[in-house]
Design a protein around this ligand. Sequence first.
Ligand code: ADP
Ligand code: RBF
Ligand code: MG
Length: 300
Amino acid sequence: MLRPLPGAARLIKHLHNHRIPIALVSDSPKSNVMGKLNHQHGWTELFKAVLGGDEVQKGKPDPEIYSTIAEKLGAEPDGCLVIEDSPTGIAAGKAAGMKVVAVPSLRRKASKNQYDSADLVLSSLLDFKPEVWGLPAFQDWICNTLPIEPWYVGGPVIKGFGRGSKILGIPTANLPTTAFSSVLSDCVCGIYLGWAALSDRGEVYKMVMSVGWNPYFDNTEKTVEPWLLHEFPEDFYGEELRLVVVGYIRPEANFPSLEALIERIHEDGRIASSALDINPYAKYQNHPYLLTPLCQKDEI
Ligand code: ADP
Ligand code: RBF
Ligand code: MG
């Protein structure tokens, strides 16, 4: 079964609750689209119209599919906002005279110029700000953070690029990405907050972490790099690290200087540190995943 993109359910429910008409457009035949939609509980009723590739003469990048859906919605093209992940879809939306927000697919390292004709490129739907487009703003951000469905990852701390402490003065305890490659490929690159534990020590720490390709260093691999907000007297390579990731802060970014990157990471640390004191985040501090010994992990 296909899983919706992070932030998709939140977005369509929000728009529906505010009575903003939404439609689904795809190059695939309508029957395929409906099949997929029916697998997402309660989604079919949220869309005012659905249009499949078999219902128009010309597919994307031709504007026909978007012009047709505007007619079905009884909307003027310049009053429509398209959210697209493909370059041909962006071209179709623009040719139809609509505003287009590009949200490139999660799995690839984005090569930006493919999306240049979009009005805005986002790294994920979590960064979509409806008020920019004259739509009602989300009300679910708390203390500059967005609560997410928690994810749980863990593994032995491995050697990273040897950069965190040396270049930034900020150590990040790298995890082996092979251990949870499916979680990793499904999650949005960005900066997150949560709780961390080194399972042999029986203590839980606040943490803030980056997930992704670190644009400033232009890595070739997607990594998970938590900075534990605690002073440790020594390294802890090889120890079992558990993370419960509870909220999102921002997309990964590039910075004009190393100092600007460092300053922003410290700001992320302050944001995480104060947000984690309150619910819905504080309650996860006691989650059993954090301190359960390895051999019992499968039973949670
Ligand atoms: P690497 O590139 O090998 O990850 P870093 O310079 O990022 O090296 O340092 C990370 C290491 O520093 C961790 O693996 C851990 O052993 C140690 N460390 C000490 N304090 C912390 C902390 N507060 N948060 C994360 N790692 C820490
Ligand atoms: N690297 C980037 O290139 N862009 C970022 O926006 C970014 N944000 C980070 C936020 C946090 C909280 C942390 C801990 C790291 C961040 N880094 C970012 C990653 C940093 O580049 C990484 O720690 C180094 O690559 C060292 O391995
Ligand atoms: Mg590191």
